[in-house]
Design a protein around this ligand. Structure first.
Ligand SMILES: Nc1ncnc2c1ncn2[C@@H]1O[C@H](COP(=O)(O)OP(=O)(O)OP(=O)(O)O)[C@@H](O)[C@H]1O
Length: 309
């Protein structure tokens, strides 16, 4: 991994401080059920990461383990979906990737830089959409784009501008104060801000929460469109979102990686299809209903199924 300013003395010193490149070619994930994948050059890695929180209350110094020994890798051009219930450890993982929370153990590597030791270098590659919208109510979408661009030291919004246009933030809405936008549009603005400066690693914490199905679908299309040349990691509660977007899906539960693989592999390995059980007092009526049900299942191509009469 060679920084852009390698020619300078400071650049060479940073390269020496960066993690040797062989560590970025490891297995992509280690968990209970993980698809075997070929070794690949991962641009983002969580290496044996653990996060504990010390909490007070009646029993002081009690520890909550939010993430336990997480090993994950993400390559360029790939979307990784972190799927899990409330409290599974998704946001904690995202916060460790951004450097907001330091891991208790293990390392987080972004483009060769250990985030805890070289946060500034690592963040040059990073665009983030946090779980909760961080917007100034009195600033417009356009103002937010300009502010984010100046903070990143770039001109204009780049692909962020396209994103806003595609989700309908156009014309007068672009100039309206963010406080007057609907929650779905505010969310879309936050996602767009993560793309300002076209960073190479984009982290999206529940990017489509609060969006209507139509905007959600447009957002999915856009995220797929902007995947080439970038690594994207998103956390979600929605199985359909993980399936549609994720090249790989990582299911977390109680801070542990339960399974990891492509949606196709996970469905083939764990999916049990659909089971429809029918019961009725009259045999002829049951058969009639079963026939209609079979008809519906076939017409809707609902994967594997089984009808028990
Ligand atoms: N600052 C904190 N102090 C103490 N415990 C915390 C803190 N942040 C998170 N936790 C705990 O860590 C665990 C994982 O929380 P986390 O927010 O990462 O889950 P999540 O999967 O993002 O959930 P959600 O889908 O609700 O956002 C939970 O048990 C939570 O209570």
């Amino acid at each position: 991994v060679v920084p852009r300013d390698y020619g300078s003395r400071a650049g060479r010193a940073r390269t020496a401080a960066a993690v040797p490149s062989e560590v970025v070619t490891r297995r992509r994930a280690q968990g209970k059920i993980a698809e075997e994948t070929l070794p690949v050059a991962c641009t983002v890695e969580l290496q044996n990461v653990r996060k504990e929180f010390l909490i007070g209350g009646r029993r002081p110094n009690r520890r909550v383990v939010a993430v336990k020994r997480l090993d994950l890798g993400l390559a360029e051009g790939e979307i990784l979906a972190l799927l899990g219930h409330n409290g599974a450890g998704k946001s904690t993982t995202v916060s460790m990737l951004t450097g907001v929370l330091p891991p208790t153990e293990g390392r987080v590597i972004i483009h060769g830089y250990d985030v805890a030791q070289h946060p500034e270098e690592a963040r040059r590659f990073l665009g983030v959409c946090p779980q909760h919208d961080i917007l100034f109510d009195f600033l417009s979408a356009d103002d937010h784009l300009r502010l984010a661009a100046s903070l990143r030291g770039v001109q204009g919004g780049g692909s962020a501008q396209d994103l806003l246009r595609a989700v309908g933030l156009l014309g007068h809405l672009l100039g309206a104060p963010a406080g007057q936008l609907s929650s779905g549009r505010r969310r879309a603005l936050c996602v767009a801000l993560a793309f300002v400066g076209d960073p190479r690693f984009i982290l999206l914490d529940e990017p489509t929460s609060g969006m209507d199905p139509y905007v959600r679908r447009s957002m999915w299309e856009l995220l797929k469109k902007y995947r080439p040349g970038r690594a994207l990691c998103l956390s979600t509660h929605y199985m359909d979102e993980a399936e549609m977007l994720g090249d790989h899906v990582c299911i977390l539960s109680r801070g542990t990686l339960q399974c990891y693989g492509s949606p196709e592999w996970l469905k083939a390995r764990l999916g049990s299809g659909y089971a429809l059980t029918l019961s009725a007092t009259q045999a002829t009526r049951t058969l009639q209903v079963a026939k209609t049900a079979l008809d519906l299942l076939q017409r809707n191509a609902l994967g594997s199924w089984c009808v028990v009469v």
